[in-house]
Design a protein. Structure first.
Length: 202
């Protein structure tokens, strides 16, 4: 069992629950994805979707151990949770510039509803629409404060507005730019792949 005292005990328990919830969201994202899954795989994934309260004690301890180890990595540094959806996503240039580091924690893939994704083939950005049918696919990271500041400086310097919502920081535009197209999939990686394939084949 993870042995902690004082305020760390409560913090580890909260973080362990959050790690479990992130894992569940990953499973849900896989089940809701475009790729077809075998019935057996679907059943296995569905069997793993459970609340923290219904989780067996052995699995809870694994989450607590991961939470404890994460806190040791974090140490006394201040961390921020950010949601990224464009060139900061895995495989893109800014990911390697800012997030491909041992002190950055990947928390999972997420859909942010009420926002739409646009591009003018130069930049990609999300705009708040308030329509729950609109969503943007992105990735959530726990980053050191110094990395957050560099990313924030880059984005705000490019006229993005910083937003704090549901415990996460992300960057948006107030409205679509002229000649921008709405990315219906809400997924920059899919759009970028299609855009590159079109231009290579054209």
């Amino acid at each position: 069992m993870v042995e902690e005292t004082g305020k760390n005990t409560e913090l580890i328990e909260r973080l362990a629950k959050e790690l479990h919830n992130i894992w569940i969201e990953k499973l849900k994202h896989i089940l809701a994805g475009d790729e077809p899954l075998d019935d057996e795989i679907v059943k296995k994934l569905e069997n793993h979707i459970t609340t923290w309260d219904d989780l067996d004690e052995e699995s809870k301890e694994k989450n607590r151990l991961e939470a404890s180890n994460l806190l040791k990595i974090v140490g006394d540094n201040e961390y921020k949770k950010i949601f990224v959806y464009g060139t900061l996503r895995r495989g893109c240039g800014n990911y390697y510039a800012f997030l491909d580091r041992s002190d950055v924690k990947f928390c999972g893939v997420e859909k942010k509803h009420g926002y739409a994704l646009y591009s003018n083939n130069i930049v990609a950005y999300m705009v708040k629409t308030g329509n729950k049918e609109d969503y943007v696919v992105g990735e959530v990271y726990l980053v050191p404060d110094k990395i957050y500041k560099k990313i924030s400086q880059m984005n705000t310097g490019a006229n993005y507005k910083e937003v704090y919502e549901d415990g996460e920081i992300f960057w948006t535009y107030e409205k679509p730019l002229p000649n921008a197209v709405k990315i219906e999939s809400g997924d920059y990686l899919k759009y970028n792949k299609q855009f590159l394939e079109y231009n290579i084949l054209s």
